[in-house]
Design a protein around this ligand. Structure first.
Ligand code: MLT
Length: 335
């Protein structure tokens, strides 16, 4: 592989990912099941390189890899040579020399996964980089919505909360806008600056919940990213008063609106417990869907030729697993 070339199994962000690629990942995810393990990645080694804390993303990548028969190892800042000052690239080269076939990386600096991918020659999967992107979360959220709605095209989605500091918001905005979703961003200036409207075509900004929620099919809440506020002071009581999701506010959206949150949720801050545990909440479903979607991402990354999912006698190319699901056209993901 030429120096500087990124392995095509890498997943670095949604912004530059084709709609067809995303549809292919979602189709593959529907064929994979953690409870029916398939050894598509037997003898493959996957390093989970986490410079930041994680519960859902790390565990689901690990369960996903193991359900596919791969071996995983976790490298975290504490207890590794990163603490001694080893650079990102040197850690990457070390993992590759040890036999890693792919690296799943979470890093506090935006662009760190791309930097690694340009040098390492093996697939690099971005599990969240700074305030930049969190592509697997956006894909699993799309997968979750499509378990309840026939298509993404034309849906009204309200994304509420700390959008400026959220990599989840950035990835979701790119994904949803590519699929023809009408997106409204909602929050105070410091979390939703006017410039946020330029992230994708047709974004709308609302400063109050009533306006954002009117007619919404899906409501995505975001955590206040306290670790990224860099000195910015927020008036919590005022934020809670204006933007906390309560059962009353949720009633402003469509009656069957889906309530989503990438987690971790902070009860009493961006939402109340009644909302988090309510009938419309898909929060734990999102968590569970992290496993099949990340299985698909790992298969796409590593399986050159995989046994046809569900039919081991035939073989096909990863990402092109045939499916009986409805044929979809670009920009119109449907179930
Ligand atoms: C992330 O790592 O970005 C999480 O999934 C969302 C959050 O931390 O609020």
């Amino acid at each position: 592989m030429a120096a500087g070339a990124v392995h095509k199994g890498s997943l670095l962000g949604i912004e530059h990912l084709e709609v067809a690629e995303m549809e292919s990942i979602l189709r593959l995810a529907r064929k994979l099941n953690v409870n029916r393990p398939q050894p598509l990645l037997r003898n493959r080694r996957i390093a989970l390189l986490f410079y930041e804390t994680s519960t859902r993303t790390r565990t689901s990548f690990e369960f996903a890899a193991k359900a596919l028969g791969a071996t995983t190892t976790l490298v975290q800042t504490a207890g590794s040579s990163i603490e001694k000052g080893e650079s990102l690239l040197d850690t990457g080269y070390t993992l590759r020399a040890l036999g890693a076939d792919a690296i799943v990386i979470r890093h506090p600096s935006s662009g760190a996964p791309s930097h690694l991918a340009k040098h390492i020659g093996i697939p690099v999967i971005n599990a969240g980089d700074g305030m930049h992107e969190h592509p697997s979360q956006a894909l699993l959220d799309a997968y979750t919505i499509l378990q309840h709605k026939k298509t993404l095209q034309g849906l009204k989605v309200a994304i509420i909360g700390d959008i400026f500091h959220s990599r989840v918001a950035r990835s979701s905005i790119h994904l949803l806008s590519k699929f023809g979703v009408h997106i409204t961003l909602c929050g105070p200036q410091e979390f939703v600056p006017d410039v946020a409207a330029t992230l994708a075509k047709g974004l709308r900004i609302a400063r109050n919940m009533e306006e954002a929620l009117h007619g919404a099919d899906v409501v995505m809440l975001l955590r206040v990213q306290k670790e990224r506020l860099s000195g910015l002071q927020i008036r919590e009581a005022e934020y809670v008063d204006r933007y906390q999701m309560t059962p009353e506010k949720l009633r402003l959206a469509k009656r069957d609106a889906l309530l989503m949150h990438p987690g971790p949720i902070i009860r009493g801050m961006e939402l109340t417990s009644e909302v988090a545990d309510g009938a419309q909440s898909l929060i734990l479903q999102e968590v569970a869907n992290g496993v099949p979607v990340r299985m698909a991402i790992l298969v796409r990354a590593l399986a050159k030729t995989v046994a046809r999912v569900g039919n081991p006698r035939k073989s096909t190319t990863a990402g092109k697993v045939s499916t009986k699901t409805k044929k979809t056209t670009g920009g119109r993901a449907s179930r």
